[in-house]
Design a protein around this ligand. Sequence first.
Ligand code: ZN
Length: 665
Amino acid sequence: MKKLILAVAVTALATTAMAQNNDFDYTVDRFADIEVLRYQVPGFEELSLQQKELVYYLTEAALNGRDILFDQNCKYNLMVRQTLEEIYRNYRGSKTDKDYIAFEKYLKQVWFGNGIHHHYSMDKFIPEFSKDFFDKQFAALPGAKKRADEKKVLDRVIFDPSFMAKRVNQADGEDLILTSACNMYEGVTQKEVEDFYNNLKDTTDLTPISWGLNCKVVKRNGKIVEEPYKVGGLYSKAIEKIVYWLQKAATVAENEGQRAYINELIKFYQTGSLKTFDDYSIMWAEETQSDVDFINGFIESYGDPLGMTGSWEGMVNFKDKAASRRSKLISENAQYFESNSPVDNRFKKKNVKGVSAKVITAAILAGDSYPSTPIGINLPNSNWIRAAHGSKSVSIDNITDAYNKVAAGTGFNEEFAYSNVEVELMKKYLDLADALHTDLHECLGHASGQLLPGVDQDALKAYGSSLEEGRADLFALYYLADPKLVELGIFPNMDTYKAEYYKYIMNGLMTQLTRIVPGKDIEEAHMRNRKFISEWCYQHGKKDNVIEYVKRDGKTYVRINDYEKLRGLFAQLLAEVQRIKSEGDYEAGRQLVETYGVKVDPAIHKEVLARYEGLNIAPYKGFVNPIYTPVYDKNGKITDIKISYTENYIDQMLRYGQDYSPLTR
Ligand code: ZN
């Protein structure tokens, strides 16, 4: 639940301390609502040979989990992907054929969504090629005659828009399991699953495991059971490969602490024990000496309508030492921020523990972080582990930098900002203010506050993710305007924060609507949180005219009239959201999100979409990975790992489908 994704991939000026190649070609591909980029990995060459080897083994461990995510997202995904790839390779017709072009677009979308649903809206992709084209291409595949049953399923999965229409349904009042196409439950209702876990949960347990994190819940002979993902269980073939590469990684770990947590993760994959996963998470959170680090496992639960099962995710990274200074300053002052926050003292941590903060360079993105990827991460997710053992918080600067480089010069801010004043403000300060927002959100926001004794950490249910992201955002927004940042030398002056305030409100009220198709509500957790914060502040600031909508030449703009009062509103809302979380006040949380975070004004929506279309910017972005190639000596010993950035999107996806697909036939 602790993932920060890009609000809107737009900042005016890109500045970076990293030594990067300025002629680097960031743009890779463009289709549907997607732009695919590549990112640089500055500093990789400077790693020691042992560190490079470690990175290499970990990237292999990461890439081998890809099939797991496809299958978790929908049980037909692997079948669809494999068949589409077969057809793609087997195709002998004209590449300018209308159906072929539409087919290629659909395949690219399926790759990007890790399945048949959009990675963000969760809606099923609608194919624009004809059924006739598909029939012919399928019939031309070797052995097609024997695959009639498979064909029947594929027809329905691909061409029936009402079948498996939504990957994760969050609509209030519906059975969220029965109406979601994800593959984390089978043959069970939401009520049955909730009862099942309520029976298992011991509310007096102060160190509960993350129930359901690594399993599918099914009904067998009328009984509800968990089927764990592990060696010898579900996804065994993929997990065995992951374990193999993790074992190699353990041999070149940077220190004993790192070796120990890698081995503990292996043990978790072998046993499926969530207690072992907690032990691993504690060891991982407490080990902060290594430069190279990674995520590999069932981590974030956005893919589960009930927010329990983790989607498989992988990422390998190493420390960006120069840039880490910034976030280190923040975390060294963690207690100041916690103690001075506007929330009720009962909900504050008396001692904020070990918020380790650093800036990292991503070396590989995998599973749920690929191709669409976060720019900041804060883990582990377990509340009691975070409280007792701290958490690791990172900002991923080489990804942010790629976004910024590409976004510069799109004309976005010029189109939507109220006036030149705001445009200039963002040009001057938004990169820095954005980076600080990420630091504060990840290092301090998620780590701040505490639950009252006995409050279930899942009490906010389907609203938990939105409220938690909102809480971290509010914490960050409140402190961006604290003179402390200027005092610490992080911000140059008291105008800097205004760039982020303006962008946040403009985005929350207007520009994030570019990601919603007409007629739909806001569903994604981060979008809901940005909307409920912006809308609540707009409504509650009305009497003082803190934020207003201004019409000019038929276009609507957001204007902030009083930045200090806006900070006061953030403080008020932060106190309330913290109360909701600390007390587990489900009803108040539901009201807040449903009242301010879900509904969209259709007129504004329409206008924003039209203005955005004129700019011709892809609303969603993602990345291809670099290729790592080991160099061996005569005796088969690795002497170097070479990195290259030459691969395009289609080639990478086809290669992954070939080389990293342990779960397909
Ligand atoms: Zn977050």
